[in-house]
Each structure stands twice: as structure tokens, then as C-alpha cells.
Design a protein around this ligand. Structure first.
Ligand code: PAF
Length: 285
């Protein structure tokens, strides 16, 4: 695996692949890699000749600086995983490479970024869109892969790629779960054993939502199923539930039909070091 730390090195490495006629798949990450990321890499490998992965903990998508400082960094283990998965190129830029002095341009989806989860994390999706646009411009892939777990992020990036005529396909890859159902996340490694055990309540609440939706409940009934399940776990707090139309993320009134997205988030851990976990499920009725 070739490691590139500058934009010019990365462009040169990708150019060599392209001149050999190879297609390029791209998986942007913030590192602390787990099986969820590796499923994105596997999807990229199965559909492209060459795979580029980036690891960059993007400061512009974090609100509190404590969250940025606490974000897990496991560079050596990440490199070993990517090498054994057969990744061709790893892009490891520094903050100065991505945001040189004087940088001021931002990219934002005006509606999708500021609804739902975007309301509790102002500026988050603007930071994501800005860095993903930069990464797309640097790597120029044919295909890019994102987890379905961050459902809103996936829809925001899809919208951005369409609106800005980006010449690539954006692919969503299903969430990978631990044996007990907890969605894999780099944040899980920050949980105490007690909070780790409690966090399973999120996927359990989505199973309850699934059952309520299939039993014909309206949106209020589905949300109640989620809230009742999470309420049984005192370690989970500040639950946010959004039940929306897929793709547009438009709110739904009454009885849902077609494909709906259910997005939840809850906080675990101490007040002074909160850990936000998210999960999601898409249901077709
Ligand atoms: O999903 C992530 O890990 C990040 O938001 C991404 C897409 C790599 C942008 O920093």
C-alpha cells in the first residue's frame, strides 16, 4: 500500500493507476477503523480496479473541540488493516495540507444539512460537505463509498454530488453490527463496559420500531415504540428520533408508506465527556 501525505503525491499515485486504465474507488474515513469501514473497503474493492482510502480527522465537522481532541486515533492499527485488505493507496493529509492558511470556501447543502441531526450539530454537515468535496477533487474517483449508518450524511453527500455535477457515483453500504446488534462505530471504543452493554438499547429500539411499522402503526406509534424501549435503559439520555421519507428526509405525518428512514441518536457516558451514538434503519412499507 502506497502512503501519500501530500496532494501532489496522491494525484501522482492515482494518475499512474488511471494511465494503466484502472477504475478508482474511494473510501473517505476519519480512521479508528473497524469492520464497518472494512465493509466499505470491500465494496470498493469488488467494483473497482484500484482503491484509495483517506484518513483525516476533519476539524471543521466537529462542534466542541473536546470531541475533536477525544476522537480516537489508531494510525498504526489502521494501516495494518488497510494493507491486509489490499488497499492500493492511503491518503493521510495533515490539517495544514487540507486547510492551508487563508482557506475560506465552504460547501453546504442548504436544507438537508440544517434539518434533523444538523439542528443539534450546527455546521457539522457543512464541514463534511467541504472536506468531502475537497477529497473528491483531490482523488477524482469513479465511485465513492459511505456507510448507511449516518443516514443523513449519506443523503447530504448524494444531494451535493448531484447538485454540483460531480462526475462520480456515491454508494451507500449497509451498517455492520456487533453480535448483540450495536452498530459499529469508532466512538464505541470510548464507552465504559457498562455503557457498552447499555448501548445495545439503540438497535433494540429500532427492532421495536420495525415491528410497530409493520404492524401498521402511524409515525407517533413508531416513535413511542422507540422511546419506550430506550426509556428502559437509564444510561441512555437525550434521545433524538427522526422518522422521515427516504432520500428527501421530509417529515412524515400520520401513517408512513413507501421507504422511510428512522434515525436515532442518544448520549452515553459522563456529563463532562458525553459520547453521542447514532443508529438508523430504512423500512419499506
Ligand atoms: O463519515 C465520516 O467518517 C466522515 O464524516 C467523512 C465522510 C470521512 C468526512 O470527514
Amino acid at each position: 500500500m502506497q502512503i501519500c501525505r501530500t496532494i501532489s503525491d496522491l494525484r501522482q499515485a492515482v494518475r499512474l493507476k488511471r494511465s494503466a486504465g484502472e477504475t478508482v474507488g474511494f473510501v473517505p474515513t476519519m480512521g479508528a477503523l473497524h469492520a464497518g469501514h472494512m465493509s466499505l473497503v470491500a465494496a470498493a474493492k469488488s467494483a473497482n480496479d484500484a482503491v484509495v482510502v483517506s484518513i483525516f480527522v476533519n476539524p471543521t465537522q466537529f462542534g466542541a473541540s473536546a470531541d475533536l481532541d477525544n476522537y480516537p486515533r489508531t494510525e498504526e492499527a489502521d494501516q495494518a488493516l488497510l494493507t491486509s485488505a489490499g488497499v492500493d493507496i492511503l491518503f493521510l493529509p495533515s490539517v495544514d495540507v487540507m486547510y492551508p492558511a487563508g482557506a475560506e470556501t465552504i460547501v453546504e447543502t442548504t436544507k438537508l444539512a440544517n434539518m434533523l441531526h444538523g439542528q443539534v450539530r450546527p455546521g457539522h454537515y457543512r464541514g463534511v460537505c467541504t472536506v468531502v468535496t475537497k477529497l473528491f477533487n483531490i482523488v477524482q474517483p469513479d465511485n465513492a463509498y459511505f456507510g448507511e449508518k449516518d443516514y443523513q450524511q449519506l443523503q447530504v453527500i448524494r444531494r451535493m454530488a448531484i447538485d454540483l455535477d460531480m462526475p462520480l457515483s456515491v454508494h451507500g453500504v449497509p451498517t455492520v453490527r456487533e453480535d448483540d446488534g450495536l452498530a459499529m462505530s469508532s466512538r464505541n471504543m470510548r464507552l465504559t463496559p457498562q455503557d457498552r452493554a447499555a448501548a445495545v438499547v439503540l438497535s433494540q429500539s429500532l427492532a421495536a420500531a420495525d415491528a410497530a411499522a409493520l404492524a401498521g402503526h402511524d409515525v407517533a406509534g413508531i416513535e413511542t415504540a422507540i422511546r419506550d424501549t430506550v426509556a428502559r435503559e437509564p444510561r441512555a439520555r437525550d434521545l433524538v428520533v427522526d422518522i422521515v421519507q427516504a432520500l428527501t428526509l421530509a417529515p412524515i405525518d400520520g401513517k408512513p408508506n413507501g421507504t422511510i428512514g428512522i434515525m436515532i441518536s442518544a448520549i452515553f457516558g459522563p456529563e463532562d465527556d458525553p459520547i453521542m451514538l447514532i443508529d438508523q434503519r430504512e423500512i419499506t412499507l
